[in-house]
Design a protein around this ligand. Structure first.
Ligand SMILES: [Fe+2]
Length: 253
């Protein structure tokens, strides 16, 4: 297991956890070390061609990225990663998935949606940890969110475009804690940013500009055990032959 630091020092205590629980997402701008950024860029660039492969086994990689690259696998149980996950999820956690979310120039982006986990059990959470290695600006493959939308624990938010989301799912909904009408927000992330997000939060991605470089991104999912997870992406092979130090995080329940 890699012990090299992946995060520069950052604050994530009670106040930050409160904001994360209120909004559904939390930005940790520029916390990835330059060494982690370098390694991640290399790993993500190495496995990116698999996406175009004719071999379905290799095309598979984008949802099982850590199983194709030992550096990505080494982050699953990295002490700094686990420390952060325990702060948000508490003592009992499981690894859920690791996927690439690279956005090459001209990528069309992704419409509004949410995901589910233990939808009727708010005490069980699933968190997405996005590593935006080279960041993104507000108009270039930016992540968009709806602060407060995760409180609805609706696994089937569908909106398509911003306009469709506003006239559809968003219409008339309020933040259950603050009473403020829900609205979308376009994020901006400097190089090396980590973003945490509860899996029920509505999110979408703007298109990548044609003259930009690839946005290098990987996402890790962690959850409290207790329910079956439809986003869990761990092969039998990995379970039977886990990356050293990760076995205790892999069980499906
Ligand atoms: Fe998503």
């Amino acid at each position: 297991m890699s012990q090299t630091k992946i995060f520069n020092p950052f604050e994530f205590d009670e106040k930050e956890k409160e904001a994360f629980d209120r909004d559904g997402h939390f930005l940790l701008p520029g916390i990835l070390t330059s060494e982690a950024c370098k390694q991640l860029t290399r790993s993500l660039a190495l496995i990116q061609p698999f996406r175009e492969s004719k071999d379905p086994q290799l095309r598979h990689h984008s949802g099982y990225a850590a199983e194709y690259d030992s550096y990505l696998a080494s982050l699953i149980a990295h002490p700094q990663m686990l420390d952060l996950m325990h702060k948000v999820l508490g003592p009992d956690i499981r690894f859920d998935h690791c996927g690439t979310l690279n956005r090459p120039p001209g990528h069309q982006g992704f419409g509004w949606h949410s995901h589910g986990y233990a939808d009727d059990q708010p005490e069980l959470g699933l968190i997405l940890v996005f590593f935006y290695v080279n960041g993104f600006s507000a108009d270039d493959a930016s992540l968009k969110v709806v602060p407060g939308s995760h409180h609805y624990r609706d696994p089937a938010i569908k909106g398509g475009t911003d306009q469709e989301l506003r006239s559809g799912w968003l219409n008339g909904k309020k933040h259950p804690m603050t009473g403020v009408p829900l609205d979308l927000e376009v994020l901006e992330a400097p190089k090396g940013t980590v973003i945490l997000m509860w899996i029920h939060a509505a999110h979408a991605v703007n298109a990548r500009k044609l003259d930009s470089t690839t946005r290098w991104t990987v996402v890790y999912g962690y959850r409290n055990p207790g329910e079956e997870s439809s986003s869990r992406h761990i092969t039998k092979e990995f379970e039977q032959n886990p990356y050293p130090g990760t076995a205790f995080l892999l069980s499906s329940s």
